[in-house]
Design a protein around this ligand. Structure first.
Ligand code: NZQ
Ligand code: ZN
Length: 395
């Protein structure tokens, strides 16, 4: 292992902490742009409580509301225009991953005269790297993406149907106010998707990383076991604040970089899912839930010992050897059964997707990211034919 790690986001965690928003925001500015989604935070009262806290601390605000799930570049452009015209000096995202991601790119786009799509990796020769961004404060209302404490964002270009990412240290939130009470209103299906998303964040590096990362493996397994224990409780009873708390913390830990550090893992399942979302506007983790088990069955043939470890440590299965393929596959079946038990889809047909564009999805994904041989990075690297076979197995 050989790495450098720095995550600068200050975490303020625990029920009731929304009340601290004003005091924290005042450290970074006097006028905030509050970014929100389609209205859930207004309905739940979170928005009003946030504004009360800001007002008490002497922080004025402007608004960018209506950010879509699978946030669009047009919303980013609109938000940056508002931030500029209103003279905002701090960005506050109150919402799910879509709101937080849009807010992060708005923070950088405020200082960029060009089209912010230039910053999103979509296969262009010159990716614009931002050199300045407004300070960002995240207030997650959904436990899923981990966007609250990382420097990534995923944005969709609705015209070209491409969904892709930016990762830049300038987009690291200055502070994340993580108040599990804000997540009790998340509906059952979105709660389940969040559980699937956070698990997928750690399975990516777990299965695609280098060998011999024993501590990172244990971290990942801890996240998965915690999500499998507490996720169903949060789904069964949305008001279970203890379950909501553990799931929210697991979601942040799953993608703040700590679990992945040193593994050099790739994110092939995410890359494939983003392409599906770009074409069909599907919910991110519904797509992951279909692709991840299908990808696992493909990858288990080459990285069998890791899948055997997963089967043993997550599901308590017994293997005859570290290359026991049937044990590896049984572990994947159990994982898929868990996803089904929380009502996540596991077939493309459940997402309304047929086999018409499978090769297009493969080529579009490779357009965004590929290794020197033209394959999708992962363990093993994947050709167009490999990707099509994975999709086909999930039809
Ligand atoms: O839009 P509103 O009205 O707020 O409703 C949202 C939305 O309909 C609702 N919701 C959120 N909090 C709620 C709530 N409803 C009731 N009560 C609450 N407290 O949930 C719906 C989904 O919200 P969204 O933000 O889209 O979900 P999620 O947090 O799963 O974010 C998904 C987006 O994040 C990207 C995904 O690709 C997708 O675009 N990702 C971002 C990552 C990152 N930045 O690190 C990593 C992830 O892998 C992922 O790719
Ligand atoms: Zn994800």
């Amino acid at each position: 292992m050989n790495f450098e790690f720095h995550n600068p986001t200050r975490i303020i965690f625990g029920a009731g902490n929304l009340a601290r928003l004003g005091g924290v925001a005042r450290e970074y500015g006097a006028k905030a742009l509050i970014v929100t989604g389609g209205g859930s935070v207004k309905k739940s009262g979170a928005f009003d409580r946030a504004v009360q806290s800001l007002t008490a601390a002497g922080v004025a605000y402007a608004e960018c509301d209506g950010v879509e799930p699978n946030p669009r570049i047009t919303s980013v452009i609109r938000g940056a225009q508002t931030a500029r015209s209103q003279g905002c000096d701090v960005i506050i995202a109150i919402g799910g991953g879509s709101v937080m991601d849009a807010a992060k790119v708005i923070a950088a786009a405020t200082f960029y005269d060009g089209n912010p799509w230039d910053m999103i990796h979509h296969g262009q020769a010159d990716v614009h790297v931002p050199d300045k961004a407004l300070p960002i404060i995240t207030v997650p209302t959904l436990a899923a993406t981990g966007s609250e404490t990382n420097c990534g964002a995923v944005i969709t270009n609705e015209e070209t149907k491409v969904k892709s990412f930016i990762q830049n240290p300038l987009l690291s939130p200055k502070a994340a106010i993580m108040d599990p009470e804000l997540t009790v209103s998340v509906p059952r299906n979105q709660t389940a998707y969040g559980v699937c998303d956070l698990i997928t964040h750690v399975t990516e590096a777990y299965f695609n990383g280098i060998d011999s990362t024993p501590l990172q493996d244990r971290f990942a397994e801890g996240v998965i076991l915690t999500a499998m224990q507490w996720g169903p409780k949060a789904i069964a009873d949305g008001a279970d604040i203890e379950a909501r708390t553990h799931i929210q913390w697991a979601a942040a830990v799953a993608l703040n970089g700590w679990v992945q550090v040193g593994t050099n893992g790739a994110y092939p399942v995410h890359m494939l899912e983003h392409t599906l979302s770009g074409h069909h506007d599907v919910t991110h983790a519904a797509g992951l839930s279909v692709i991840n088990p299908a990808w696992m069955r493909f990858a288990a043939k080459t990285n069998t010992p890791k899948f055997v470890q997963f089967a043993q440590r997550i599901f308590g299965l017994t293997a005859t050897s570290e290359n026991d393929v049937s044990c590896a596959l049984e572990g994947i079946d159990r994982f898929e059964a868990f996803l089904r038990s929380i009502d996540c889809p596991t077939r493309l047909s459940e997402l309304g997707i047929d086999d018409a564009l499978l090769e297009t999805y493969a080529r579009d994904t490779l357009q965004i990211i590929h290794d020197e041989d033209g394959n999708l990075p992962g363990r093993p690297p994947m050709s167009v034919a490999d990707i099509v076979s994975i999709f086909r197995s999930a039809l």
